[in-house]
Design a protein around this ligand. Structure first.
Ligand SMILES: Cc1cc2nc3c(=O)[nH]c(=O)nc-3n(C[C@H](O)[C@H](O)[C@H](O)COP(=O)(O)OP(=O)(O)OC[C@H]3O[C@@H](n4cnc5c(N)ncnc54)[C@H](O)[C@@H]3O)c2cc1C
Length: 444
C-alpha cells in the first residue's frame, strides 16, 4: 500500500486554515499539521478581546462578487450573522460626503463641485492607457475627483506615491457613467460599488468567527494545529523537508507556506542572495490599530469614515457599535477603531505610543468626534507589521522571480503575504481551494 503524504502548513491565518479544510478530504494525504507562531490562530482575521470589548485588526466585513466563497464563509458562522447596509462617509473640509465620493458630489463646496464635474465631463486623459495608479484615476474619474479626493486619500493610506504603483488593484473599480456623475452633481446621492453595498458581519465573536468556524470543521484524526510554533528553519531532507518551529523538529513530504514570504526566506536554508534581494524589494505597509471609547456619540448611525485630510493622522475611523448588539455596549457611548498605516523607519513609525495618542486625540477633535482630549479613553493601541501589500512598479517582476524560485524547490506559496497579493478573505478561500484542487489533480 502506498504511504500517505504528510503535509506541513506554515501559518494558521485564514489561508492556512482553509488550505487544511479543503485538503483534508484528499485520500492520498495522511496528516496535515499547521504551525502557527502566535498563541491563537486566525492571523489578520483574529479579533482582540480587551476590557470587555471585542474588535478586529481593522474593520473586516464579509462581502464578495464570488458568491460561492461568500456563501461558504457565511455557512461556517455557527452563531449567526448580521446583514448590514453600507453607511460610509468621507469627511471633507467639515462636510460629510457619502462613499463613494464621486456618487455624492453635490455635498462638496461649490468650487470643488464645479472642478470635479467639469474635469469629468471634459477629460483629456480618458483616451490613454493607464500604466500606474494615478493615471488610472485621471483616466477614469478626471482631474477634479482625482486631486480633490483620490490622490490625497491614496497617498495617505499607502504612504507611497501612486505614480509608482501599478494598476493591479484599481482596475477592478467600476467606472461611474456620465449620467451617474451628473445626477450626483445635481443633488442626488447615487449608490456606487454595489457589490459592497450590502455586507455581513458575525453576530458574535467578531471576524474571528470565520477562521474559528473553519477550524471547528477540521477533522481531528487528520489535522493538527500547533500554536506558539514560530517557524525558524526550513530545509530539504532527502525527498522530504525538515522544519524547526518553537524548538521542535517536524518533517513532511510537502510544505505549503502562508507565512510572509520574508519570514519564509529568512528561514529557508537554501535561499540564494538573488532571492533575498528580490524579497527585500517587496513593499508593504504596517498598521497601527487603536481602539477608543468616548462617553458620547457625535458620529451618528454610520460605520466607516475616510479622511483624506493629511492633518489628521488616521485615514479611517470605524464605529464598532454599528456592527450589531454584541458590539454596542452603552447607548450613550461610542467605540471607534482607528487605523494608521506606516512603513518601517518612516516618520509615522518613529512616533512612540504617547505621540500617537496625542495625534489621535487631536484628529478626533478635528473631525468633530471628540470635544476634548480628556474624553478619549484608549482601550488599546497595537502595531501589526504586515497589513497591506503595495503594488509598486516592480511587484510583478519581483514576485515572478520569487514564485518560480520556490516552485523549483517544491514549496507552495499561498495567502496574502505568503503569495504577496492584496487578497481579501473571499479571494483567500478561492486561492486555497484552487491550490488544493491542483494538489489533488497532481496526485491522481
Ligand atoms: C486593515 C485590514 C482590513 C481588512 N478588511 C477586510 C475586509 O473588510 N474584508 C475582507 O474580506 N478582508 C479584509 N482584509 C484582508 C484579510 O485580513 C486577509 O485577506 C486575510 O486575513 C489573510 O489571511 P492569510 O492567512 O493569508 O494571512 P495572515 O492572516 O497574515 O496569516 C499568516 C499567519 O502566519 C503566521 N506567521 C507569520 N510568521 C510566522 C512564522 N515565522 N511561523 C509561524 N507562523 C507565522 C501569522 O501569525 C498568521 O497567523 C483586511 C486586512 C487588513 C490588514
Amino acid at each position: 500500500m502506498e504511504k500517505k503524504k504528510e503535509i506541513l502548513i506554515l501559518g494558521a491565518g485564514l489561508s492556512g486554515i482553509t488550505t487544511a479544510y479543503f485538503l483534508q478530504d484528499d485520500p492520498s494525504i495522511g496528516s496535515i499539521t499547521l504551525l502557527e507562531k502566535e498563541s491563537v490562530p486566525g492571523g489578520l482575521c483574529r479579533s482582540i478581546r480587551k476590557d470587555g470589548y471585542l474588535y478586529d485588526i481593522g474593520p473586516h466585513i464579509l462581502f464578495s462578487k464570488d458568491k460561492e466563497m461568500l456563501e461558504l464563509m457565511l455557512s461556517v458562522l455557527d452563531e449567526g450573522r448580521n446583514d448590514l447596509v453600507r453607511s460610509n462617509q468621507i469627511l471633507y473640509q467639515g462636510r460629510r460626503i457619502q462613499y463613494p465620493f464621486e456618487n455624492d458630489l453635490s455635498k462638496l463646496p461649490e468650487k470643488d463641485l464645479k472642478y470635479c464635474i467639469n474635469a469629468f465631463n471634459h477629460n483629456p486623459y480618458e483616451a490613454y492607457e493607464a500604466d500606474n495608479m494615478i493615471q488610472f484615476f485621471l483616466k477614469t474619474f478626471g482631474e477634479g475627483i482625482t486631486n480633490t479626493y483620490l490622490r490625497p486619500y491614496n497617498e495617505k493610506i499607502w504612504k507611497y506615491d501612486p505614480a509608482f504603483m501599478n494598476t493591479s488593484m484599481v482596475e477592478r473599480i467600476p467606472k461611474p457613467t456620465q449620467e451617474e456623475i451628473r445626477r450626483s452633481a445635481a443633488g442626488e446621492t447615487v449608490q456606487g460599488y454595489l457589490h459592497q453595498l450590502y455586507f455581513s458581519y458575525p453576530s458574535h465573536g467578531g471576524i474571528q468567527a470565520v477562521p474559528d468556524g473553519f477550524l471547528r470543521r477540521l477533522k481531528p484524526e487528520k489535522c493538527r494545529l500547533v500554536c506558539n510554533a514560530c517557524v525558524e528553519s526550513v530545509e530539504p531532507a532527502g525527498e522530504r523537508y525538515r522544519v524547526t518551529a518553537g524548538g521542535q523538529v517536524y518533517s513532511a513530504d510537502e510544505i505549503i507556506s502562508t507565512i510572509p514570504v520574508q519570514a519564509l526566506t529568512e528561514a529557508y536554508a537554501l535561499a540564494t542572495q538573488e532571492l533575498k534581494e528580490h524579497v527585500d524589494k517587496l513593499r508593504y505597509n504596517s498598521i497601527l490599530i487603536s481602539f477608543v471609547r468616548l462617553p458620547y456619540d457625535l458620529c451618528g448611525e454610520n460605520f466607516a469614515f475616510m479622511i483624506p485630510d493629511k492633518n489628521v493622522i488616521f485615514h479611517r475611523i470605524s464605529k464598532m457599535d454599528f456592527l450589531g448588539e454584541a458590539y454596542h455596549h452603552a447607548p450613550q457611548e461610542a467605540t471607534y477603531m482607528i487605523e494608521v498605516t506606516y512603513r518601517k523607519n518612516d516618520q509615522v513609525d518613529r512616533l512612540d505610543d504617547a505621540a500617537f495618542r496625542d495625534a489621535i486625540c487631536q484628529g478626533l477633535i478635528e473631525i468633530g468626534f471628540a470635544r476634548q482630549k480628556e474624553d478619549v479613553e484608549f482601550i488599546d493601541i497595537t502595531r501589526y507589521p504586515y497589513a497591506y501589500v503595495i503594488y509598486d512598479l516592480s511587484h510583478t517582476d519581483n514576485m515572478a522571480f520569487i514564485r518560480s524560485f520556490y516552485e523549483s524547490c517544491g514549496i507552495r506559496l499561498n495567502g496574502r503575504f505568503g503569495n504577496f497579493e492584496y487578497w481579501n478573505m473571499d479571494r483567500i478561500l478561492r486561492e486555497s481551494l484552487t491550490l488544493c484542487q491542483k494538489i489533488t489533480r497532481e496526485e491522481s
